[in-house]
Design a protein around this ligand. Structure first.
Ligand code: ATP
Length: 218
């Protein structure tokens, strides 16, 4: 067992942050006994088109969403960086900040995990952090572990026991189940562009911010 408490990391475009992200963070903290979760909005994510919303707004919405939620801490470093937001580089930065002993747990929804082999230097992530994979409606993990790049890297790392995340600083993959919330930022952007009511898909304070800054409207 590592002497240091495990830190969770939840990166995302957060365009905008919503209850799917927040429930994922809270469930991960509770179920995996993580000390805290760092929410890290991407500056310029590599895997997708530039987010429609400037990084400063996405960061401000993330800060509003995390307010008053114990253990959720916003890390603005990617937004302030001029570099492309590669997860491996973020983990290297956190290792430089926190040292090599503390368990780091990268939290991914199943959709993000299935895309892992497309990420920059993805195999190096396992030397830097554990990965905890949460269920997400519409995405099945078992298929990915039966063939392809994930299948040759993952089976030997897979553990059903969250204690694995505390035994070493990095290297395990732990799936965990969360209540299904079929919410995505895409859905919210579309709803708002249609002038629909998005209450209860995301925090009220974030919705107020969106309205006062005229984000996502046509
Ligand atoms: P978009 O619709 O713009 O692609 P998104 O809602 O999927 O965005 P991201 O910022 O891309 O949100 O996601 C960040 C992380 O949160 C990813 O690991 C993703 O799998 C996870 N995530 C997002 N929404 C959910 C959800 N409803 N349930 C579980 N995980 C989620």
């Amino acid at each position: 067992m590592s002497a240091q408490t495990a830190l969770g990391i939840l990166g995302g475009t957060f365009d905008p942050i919503h209850h799917g992200h927040l429930r994922l963070a809270i469930e991960a903290r509770q179920r995996l006994s993580l000390d805290a979760i760092r929410l890290i909005p991407a500056g310029q994510p590599p895997h997708r088109a530039r987010p429609g919303t400037p990084a400063a707004h996405r960061l401000a919405m993330t800060e509003l969403a995390a307010q008053g939620l114990p253990g959720l801490v916003v890390d603005p470093a990617e937004v302030h960086s001029q570099q492309t937001s590669y997860t491996v580089a973020t983990l290297e930065r956190l290792r430089a900040e926190l040292g090599n002993e503390r368990p780091l747990v990268l939290i991914l929804g199943a959709d993000a995990f299935l895309g892992l082999p497309g990420w920059h230097r993805w195999r190096e992530i396992f030397a830097l952090a554990h990965i905890a994979v949460a269920t997400r409606p519409g995405y099945v993990l078992a298929d990915a572990l039966n063939g392809g790049d994930l299948a040759d890297e993952c089976p030997q790392r897979l553990s059903q026991n969250p204690q694995s995340l505390h035994a070493t600083p990095s290297g395990s993959i732990v799936p965990f189940t969360i209540p299904s919330l079929e919410i995505s930022a895409t859905l919210i952007r579309h709803a708002l562009a249609q002038g629909e009511d998005a209450h209860f898909l995301l925090p009220g304070a974030v919705l107020d911010y969106i309205q006062s800054h005229h984000l996502y409207s046509r």
